[in-house]
Design a binder for this molecule. Sequence first.
Ligand code: ADP
Ligand code: MG
Length: 255
Amino acid sequence: MAILEVNQLKKIYTTRFGGTQVQALSNVNFSVEKGEYVAIMGESGSGKTTLLNILASLDKPTSGEVFLNSRNMSTVPEKELASFRRENLGFVFQDFNLLDTFSIEDNIFLPLVLSGKHHSEMQKRIQPLAKKLGIEEILKKFPYEVSGGQKQRAAVCRALITKPQLILADEPTGALDSRASDSLLDLFENINNEGQTILMVTHSVKAASTAKRVLFIKDGEVYHQIYKGKSSSKEMFQKISDTLTLIATGGERYE
Ligand SMILES: Nc1ncnc2c1ncn2[C@@H]1O[C@H](COP(=O)(O)OP(=O)(O)O)[C@@H](O)[C@H]1O
Ligand SMILES: [Mg+2]
């Protein structure tokens, strides 16, 4: 069953005073099945963040539809959007978005506090997650007291604690060194193996090669996709690099 369905999505930005228009997405179509791990790649300016913002219902498309669990997101009333988002989606941002005045633990609890969960429920949920993420030791610390990798793990914990249908991640390894980045990717593979659906935008070929499917966006459309199938991450890395080269050269071949 598709957890996410994107139909003929189009986004045109119009500058103020009705000046120039930018077509960020022209016609995006794809769906994500429950349990998939999908990476989205594309050159800078190809519309990746625009797409993710629309999927997160932080922005509205010019036309087209997004279905989350068969529900048309454009029919969710404005006043229900925040709770709809909180109950169905988990976000992992490139720059973590942790609040410095809150402890790591309170940052993680925040979405549960917003949805009115009891403290006992919060404690029950955080324990197994913090253990799996290896952040038990830092729960009482503040974001400025821990490393980038630990902050990112805390951000992943905060995204998972609401038990979301779908995790959306925008360049989750963008701010990490290679060790922290590898460990985050292991973690994504792990939680995906346990059934969590993940959609991740990334620049990194290495990050994308851990996903089971990679979509390539070009000129505001899904231009191509490749499945990992039985390939190793190393073979997938090569396939992705070749595809990016082909896209960058406009698909021309030297004959
Ligand atoms: N708020 C905005 N107003 C006008 N144009 C925008 C806005 N956000 C993005 N764009 C334009 O839309 C296109 C796609 O941008 P973006 O989605 O950020 O791409 P990516 O994340 O792939 O780099 C770019 O041409 C960008 O300049
Ligand atoms: Mg972007």
